[in-house]
Design a protein around this ligand. Sequence first.
Ligand code: ADP
Length: 329
Amino acid sequence: MALVNLKNICKTYDNKKLVIDNLSFTVDNNDFFVLIGASGSGKTTILNLIAGLEDINSGEIYINDVLSNNIEPKDRDIAMVFQNYALYPHMTVFENLAFALRNKKENKKEIKNRVVEIAEKLRIDKLLDRKPAQLSGGQKQRVAIGRAIVRNPKIFLMDEPLSNLDVVLRNQLRKELKQLHKDFNATIIYVTHDQIEALSLATKIMVLKDGHIEQIGTPIEIFENPQNQFVAQFLGTPKMNIINNLNINYKNNKKFINIFNQEIELPNIISKPQTINLGIRPENFIVCNKKSDIGTRVSIKYAELIGSEYIIYSKMEYKNNIYQIVFNI
Ligand code: ADP
């Protein structure tokens, strides 16, 4: 079921350039929907439009099939988690978690049970008497997530919630977020510029560029079948090699290119262009034995050890052009 449905949304901040340009997409119930794109591509703006914190210029936002353009943020049944935690500094962890429930005048005993239940799940149950200043970054972010969960909202909007944490904590909290998504059957719309977070957390990824959608799909679809060169190079580290303008030879209705001393048949999915750009992921190269007559020589510029493998930065000469080739061994 589509829980959030954006139709032809446009947004400008200064009545000049559209930062969101005729954007349409749907988020289904239980999706972990990740928006990824470079800084300035419009990710936070989209979250703010869904939350009602910014007005849209044109288009429609439906939440649970209800046209929500004019519904106040507080009435949209949405909880937000930000990069900078946004906790009340003068309140204890317990009070921070209980705040929204107390505002709703819920029964004291039920509030306590709910807060303790969530705190145990997030492993902050031993910290309930502390104030935010007495917590580490990871603990603060757990409280912020708990404060969102406690209200049992229909939708969670998360804006780079892990980006202020160090690598170890980020990896740990990433796993916990995935578990929380399962445990609470939550619907999460999540902004990041970190491709590992996008690939590992998402049920669906939307790749954005300059306020436009480049592709929406599952992580595997996006990684294995990118729809264009931007998406192909955006996800994957090191990024995909592109060898531009290779001539296509047509023989018996089949298409071939010559490269690396091989003739490679192309899949029959493109029309009749004269040239193609060939994309090869660094991990798909293999080092061949010296006597092999396939393959090509490259000159190595430098190598980076990244644990179990090296990333090799090399140069290849081909038909008087020089290509930079990066591969893993
Ligand atoms: P992202 O989250 O992908 O980094 P944003 O949604 O924050 O991108 O910004 C998209 C574009 O809108 C950027 O060009 C940014 O400078 C502009 N922008 C964002 N917020 C405002 C604002 N309050 N006033 C004017 N321009 C803004």
